[in-house]
Design a protein. Structure first.
Ligand SMILES: [Zn+2]
Length: 449
């Protein structure tokens, strides 16, 4: 049956003052954007709320943007803080306490499902309709995280595209002298044959040696190609200027694959963290932009600011506040990078909600970026660029376009792009395929006397 949803009297993401003040009616039909109309002409095109037509009246107070996307989030490791005692709070402790918590995952799958469910529900309520969801596969958890993710993907398929990414957090090589990968790799290789997964990835920095880290990258790219998956790396997660940035190895290896037909068209590589790249000179960034553009390498960087800034550089003095500056990268080097939440309530990132939009005010402060153009760049990093990072390019603009997939979030109390990025409002309506899938409303009771 044909369905129509009209978002009435809503602002669109214009940056010039005249258009930014205007309000529009956006008509969604059968899961696509059908028409975008100047609201002042409504008497000529007006539609009434009835059985076939639903209307969301934004009353000129809110903004319509593409729905939010988690470019990078850990579905299995969320909401673990209550069972992970932090004493030092550093990275090695986070690995250790999370490993201990992981040991219980396979014996309590109901708990894992419930934590993942909470993450999905809170994310959709915030405006998310797509996520790259990392789930670990290794000798500790076997396939328990994957199995829970597959159930969640199915159960929430009408609200959110849960794009499952198999993730090797632990080393693929068992010891520094190993020439061949061990049991963790065998399990990952087997899991890669599963249906309904979209990506495979690893954290090469955990390998015992630099050469094994490079082999780790090759093995993951091989598996991605063999099973038509996207690839996803936690890469160059360091602020040690003397360390070799593995991004150059990754680009070179990927280029060879692209040039010799050993990479599927449409398959993308997402690189998360990449804090080592914050030490790049302008010349190194020019080299990066040139290498990616020359062969149209399908690579997207994803800064994970809540984790990067919380965890990195603790031994340095002064402690640097380093994460990929997505605003400057876009402006100075034409490099579009995503911002992503990464972890929610665990030892790697104890703070922050599962709301990608909450990264925008953090970015305004970290990147000293509060102009209208900077705010638009921040919104793109959690919407359109985040989608590209996960292998999906529609909607492709902050503006609705006729024919676009109708995946949007209404920010009911943010009338402009700048307001939305600087101070995201609470009240939101999430729309997926032209259908309302979540309404989030705050309720204030004031008792002045
Ligand atoms: Zn991560």
């Amino acid at each position: 049956m044909s369905s129509t949803l009209v978002i009435r009297d809503v602002h669109l993401a214009y940056d010039d003052a005249q258009n930014a003040r205007k309000v529009f009616d956006v008509v969604l039909q059968d899961g696509r954007v059908a028409r975008i109309l100047d609201a002042s002409e409504r008497e000529h095109h007006g539609q009434e709320d009835n059985g076939a037509v639903k209307i969301i009246d934004v009353e000129g107070k809110g903004l319509l943007i593409p729905s939010l996307c988690h470019a990078h989030i850990h579905l299995d490791k969320c909401f673990l803080l209550d069972r992970c005692e932090l004493v030092k709070g550093d990275f090695s402790e986070a690995l250790e306490v999370t490993s201990r918590a992981k040991a219980a995952f396979s014996s309590d799958t109901a708990d894992m499902y419930a934590r993942g469910q909470r993450l999905i529900v809170e994310s959709v309520a915030a405006g998310v309709t797509r996520m790259r969801a990392h789930v670990e596969v290794d000798t500790i958890v076997q396939n328990a995280c994957l199995d829970a993710a597959l159930r969640l993907k199915h159960d929430y398929k009408n609200c959110c595209d849960v794009e499952i990414s198999l993730f090797a957090q632990d080393p693929l090589f068992p010891s520094p002298s190993s020439l061949q990968p061990g049991d963790n790799y065998t399990l990952l290789e087997k899991a890669a044959t599963s249906q309904h997964i979209s990506s495979i990835g690893s954290a090469p920095y955990v390998e015992p040696t630099a050469s094994q880290a490079k082999s780790n990258i090759r093995l993951i790219l091989d598996l991605a190609h063999a099973h038509s998956l996207h690839a996803d790396f936690h890469l160059d997660y360091t602020l040690d200027a003397s360390s070799e940035p593995l991004i150059w190895f990754l680009l070179s290896d990927l280029r060879a694959r692209v040039r010799t037909g050993r990479w599927h068209a449409g398959a993308r590589v997402c690189v998360g963290h990449a804090t080592r790249l914050t030490l790049f000179s302008p010349a190194e960034w020019s080299r990066y932009a040139h290498e990616v553009a020359e062969d149209r390498l399908p690579v997207t960087l994803a800064g994970l600011p809540q984790s990067d800034v919380y965890m990195m550089g603790r031994a340095l003095a002064p402690v640097p506040r380093s994460t990929l500056d997505v605003v400057r990268l876009a402006r100075a080097h034409g490099v579009g990078a995503a911002l992503a939440v990464n972890n929610v309530a665990n030892a790697f990132t104890p703070q922050g909600p599962p709301d990608p939009l909450a990264l925008c005010p953090l970015g305004v402060a970290l990147f000293q970026a509060g102009t209208k153009a900077a705010c638009a760049a921040l919104l793109r990093s959690v919407t359109t660029i985040a989608r590209v990072a996960t292998g999906n390019a529609s909607p492709s603009s902050l503006f609705p376009q006729v024919g676009d997939v109708a995946d949007f979030v209404v920010l009911h109390d943010n009338p402009s792009v700048q307001d939305a990025a600087c101070n995201p409002c609470y009240d939101r309506t999430t729309i997926k395929n032209g259908r309302v899938v979540a309404r989030r409303r705050g309720h204030v009771e004031l008792h002045p006397h």
